[in-house]
Design a protein around this ligand. Structure first.
Ligand code: SAM
Length: 452
């Protein structure tokens, strides 16, 4: 592809991302699937340009609006070429030559924009703090309140790309074996600092094409997500529910901890996600997982199984503010419910799922959000309504034989700045075992769960 064709294709991709209410990753993957003639290097360049704009969106938009131009995929790319890539207006004009494989010629407003940005840099001291660190309006106030004078540093650490983390599946092999297999494929992987079964790769690698992946020895999972799963301290033989299992990232880690013994129920309201998760369970060689599609969090299955489970995980739907490095588009186009709707849903899911926990059992509440409204406030509210639950500090919840706990705090709050993981929150609560809990109804309804 010529540089002009790459620019035009990036503008097309960006237009699809801005116009389609789906995650950018899904849109990009379909975009390239429909254009198989685009080779790997060109694909990387086109995606790099489009994602670069998504990562620099607020600062680019700030400049475009300052100059009085409309914010469009074309002006965003023009501003990015000027401010991030040091191009001149003339060189951009040369690429915007029209014809089959180039962007149509620049309008007067676009030319004026390019000229106005000559000698400028992306950052400007007059940019408001949220613009400097690419924080959208809907999240600025709660994040500023949460981080105080660390706001700029914490959010600044979310501007770059996330590393690629893997989790080694102990059912299939050791971390050393995985490192050796990756090295044989020319991929350097280093042990993660906090997860005892994690590996970190700098840069991208075609993981899914590797034999180690196909054999289930490695899975893609952020180190923070691995740590949340380990806080269950799920033991072989236990009964566990992963209430918001989704595509099964944490279910896999939990079932592997249990060495394939006992039972894990992967539940979710999206049956399609559970179906996709089954393939991952199979690849991982895990046979102790059942799937349970739920109509909603108050599905009658919950009542029928109350007080039955040793461990219940609620990995609640959330704003995903902790994953902005991976999903820069989610800052600008939050696709699910808004914060206040999520707060109600999170409380309702926690309330219902808690019924499943047996006396002495654990309830792990987690999000990939950095917002206290979705995290500490939910846990505090739940504990105030349920004096039969108490908080178990992270160092006490952490499995005894898994090395040092990742943090010394009562609740787990991971951020890219401080832990070099995605942003994650988790709190572990235990139902008191003092004989005051109601007795479980009926027994042995395992056969009701779907086959994994
Ligand atoms: C953060 S994602 C889960 C990610 C997953 N645990 C993992 O580690 O890969 C939250 C999940 O909650 C599910 N969910 C949304 N509303 C729900 C509800 N009312 N009851 C149960 N699950 C729900 C969503 O479908 C989504 O899969």
């Amino acid at each position: 592809m010529t540089p002009a064709a790459r620019i035009e294709t990036a503008i097309q991709l960006l237009t699809e991302i801005m116009d389609t209410p789906r995650p950018a990753d899904a849109i990009a993957s379909l975009f390239f699937k429909n254009r198989r003639y685009i080779g790997a290097k060109d694909r990387a360049a086109v995606a790099g340009q489009a994602y670069g704009v998504l990562r620099r969106w607020a600062r680019l938009s700030w400049w475009i609006e300052k100059v009085g131009a409309p914010v469009t995929p074309r002006t965003l790319v023009i501003a990015d070429l000027m401010l991030s890539q040091g191009k001149t207006p003339e060189s951009i004009e040369n690429n915007f030559a029209g014809g089959r494989f180039s962007p149509p010629p620049m309008s007067d407003a676009e030319w004026k924009l390019a000229k106005a940005l000559e000698t400028r840099t992306l950052a400007h001291p007059k940019q408001p703090d949220p613009v400097k660190v690419e924080v959208p309006d809907w999240a600025a106030e709660p994040l500023q309140r949460a981080f105080g004078d660390r706001f700029l540093a914490e959010m600044g650490a979310m501007l770059g790309e996330a590393p690629l983390d893997l989790r080694v599946n102990p059912v299939k092999g050791t971390r050393e074996e995985a490192i050796a297999q990756l090295a044989a494929a020319g991929i350097e992987a280093k042990p993660t600092a906090l997860s005892p079964v994690g590996l970190r790769l700098e840069g991208r690698a075609p993981i899914m094409a590797l034999q180690a992946y196909k054999d289930g020895l490695i899975e893609i999972q952020d180190e923070g997500s691995q740590l949340v799963a380990f806080l269950t301290d799920a033991q072989p033989g236990m009964q566990v529910v992963d209430f918001c299992a989704g595509a099964g990232g944490k279910t896999l880690a939990i079932a592997a901890m249990m060495e394939n013994r006992g039972r894990v129920v992967a539940a979710d309201v999206l049956a399609g996600r559970l179906t996709r998760a089954k393939e991952r369970f199979r690849r991982a060689g895990l046979h102790n997982i059942e799937t349970r599609p739920l109509a909603n969090e108050r599905d009658p299955w919950v009542k029928r199984h109350k007080l039955r489970f040793d461990r219940v995980v609620v990995d609640a739907p959330c704003t995903g503010t902790g994953t902005w490095r991976r999903n820069p588009d989610s800052r600008w186009r939050p696709l699910g419910p808004g914060l206040s709707e999520l707060e109600g849903l999170q409380a309702s899911i926690l309330e219902s799922a808690a019924r499943l926990v047996r006396p002495g059992g654990r309830l792990v509440y987690a999000t990939c959000s950095l917002l206290p409204e979705e995290n500490e406030r939910q846990v505090e509210g739940f504990l105030a309504r349920h004096p039969d639950f108490t908080l178990l500090p992270v160092p006490e919840a952490w499995p005894a034989n898994w090395g040092a706990p990742p943090v010394k705090d009562v609740m787990l709050r991971l951020t890219p700045l401080r832990h070099d993981t995605d942003g994650f929150f988790a709190a572990v609560m235990v139902r008191k075992d003092d004989g005051s809990a109601p007795v479980a109804e009926g027994e042995g309804e395992a056969e009701e769960a779907g086959e994994a």
